[in-house]
Design a protein around this ligand. Structure first.
Ligand SMILES: Cc1cc2nc3c(=O)[nH]c(=O)nc-3n(C[C@H](O)[C@H](O)[C@H](O)COP(=O)(O)OP(=O)(O)OC[C@H]3O[C@@H](n4cnc5c(N)ncnc54)[C@H](O)[C@@H]3O)c2cc1C
Length: 380
């Protein structure tokens, strides 16, 4: 792997840095899980998209820049270095869009990608169900064929759907053929969250804001035009991005590098502290650098035609544990003052969820053990 950047990448990075230093809001936006914060974050998505910085790796016709994967990583590094806001459009951009590009019809691309890129439509991922989280293939929400109307009728319940309290549309899996095996007979649907028969019930997170929602479906009609991929092929379609979510797109290294730099800054500002704490600061910084290098290795492999595969699980465990470690160290440095420094405390509360979402770390360890190390399957 050659870590020297070419002229094209250097120019791209410089351009991104200049734009971000001029446009990133000076004061943090309000929490995106409040009505005011949600609106402010959508406006920020529109600002990014207006100058083609919202989805740099997408083709130009969908508001992107046709940037390479390496350029995307560089952009992310600049974004977090500049203190860019969390992305309210993240679920759509990183989990749904790759599927629309890979499996969507031309019409679906035309209809959904631009409003996703500029924040006009925010999407929620509706995969988990009360009895189907780690064991996602156990999902029970159903889709029944309606030939007369040319579509499907959805019933059931989803849960833990981030952003769904305010989002416009959802994407999720439904059991369309109950006689097929667990992983077969699932279909991937797109639907509006204000459709007849959809009830969204917000769930408050530790910080008191409705960061997720339950979604109930009672005879919700979805036309054939909103089936993504082939009916019955939903599992394969969905899994084509799950590896990316764990391994690359959801947590780009720029985020942890920026947090590690802030942690070092906090350590300096405090004039140091117990040596053991200093070691933890150094460990966090080194781990953030290691994660960065590992990502460059992944990007190099993907550019050569490889895929993320089961190694995404190694990444997932690494970034989620690094995030907890980083924030715990900051809170220990701050001592009782931690309560007064909202951003470190908020970051800590969110970091605690990292080992759970995008597939729990216990499940990721199973995948590493079985698929990468060839160890026997555990008892379950
Ligand atoms: C912040 C956050 C955001 C989320 N956003 C979304 C979203 O937008 N859309 C969405 O669909 N879902 C979302 N989720 C849900 C998330 O994907 C699930 O919480 C996760 O997959 C775990 O499922 P579960 O909660 O049903 O727990 P369970 O599957 O019931 O697991 C409970 C515990 O048992 C362990 N366990 C289960 N099976 C095994 C096994 N075979 N071997 C070892 N250990 C096992 C798990 O690791 C876990 O510790 C989000 C969750 C969080 C915390």
């Amino acid at each position: 792997m050659n870590l020297d950047l070419g002229e094209r990448e250097r120019v791209f990075r410089q351009e991104a840095r200049a734009w971000l230093s001029e446009h990133v809001p000076r004061t943090p936006l309000p929490n995106m899980d409040t009505p005011r914060g949600f609106a402010a974050h959508r406006e920020w998505e529109a600002t990014l998209a207006a100058d083609r910085w919202s989805v740099v790796s997408w083709p130009r016709e969908y508001l992107g820049r046709g940037a390479s994967l390496l350029e995307w990583v560089l952009f992310e590094e600049e974004y977090y270095r500049a203190g860019g806001p969390a992305r309210v459009a993240q679920n759509g951009i990183s989990l749904l869009a790759p599927i629309i590009f890979g499996y969507g019809t031309v019409e679906q691309r035309e209809r959904y990608l631009r409003p996703m890129a500029d924040g006009a439509e925010i999407w929620a991922q509706a995969w988990s169900e009360p009895e189907a989280g780690s064991d996602l293939a156990a999902l029970r929400s159903t889709a029944v064929r309606d030939d007369t109307r040319g579509g499907w009728v959805l019933n059931g319940q989803k849960t833990w759907s981030s952003r769904a309290a305010f989002a416009h549309r959802g994407f999720g899996l439904f059991r369309s053929d109950p006689s097929a095996g667990r992983h077969r007979g699932l279909t991937y649907f797109l639907f509006p969250l204000d459709a007849d028969g959809v009830t969204v019930r917000p769930i408050r997170k530790l910080d008191g804001h409705p960061g997720f929602a339950e979604i109930f479906f009672t005879d919700v009609f979805v036309p054939d035009a909103d089936v993504l991929g082939e009916p019955g092929d939903g599992w394969r379609v969905a899994m084509s991005t799950a590896g990316d979510e764990r391994g690359l797109s959801l947590r780009s290294p720029g985020r942890f590098r920026a947090a590690a730099d802030r942690l070092v800054g906090l350590w300096r500002e405090r004039g140091g502290g117990a040596p053991a704490l200093g070691e933890r600061v150094a460990d966090a910084w080194i781990a953030a650098q290691a994660y960065r290098l590992y990502t460059f290795a992944t990007v190099t492999r993907l550019a050569a035609g490889g895929d993320v595969g089961a190694e995404g699980s190694v990444n997932k465990i690494f970034w989620s544990e690094l995030d907890v470690h980083l924030h715990e160290t900051a809170l220990d440095l701050l001592g009782p003052e931690a309560e007064l420094h909202g951003d470190w405390m908020d970051g800590y509360l969110f970091a605690l969820a990292g080992p759970i979402y995008a597939g729990t770390n216990e499940i990721q360890r199973n995948i590493v053990a079985e698929r990468l190390l060839g160890l026997p399957r555990g008892n379950r």
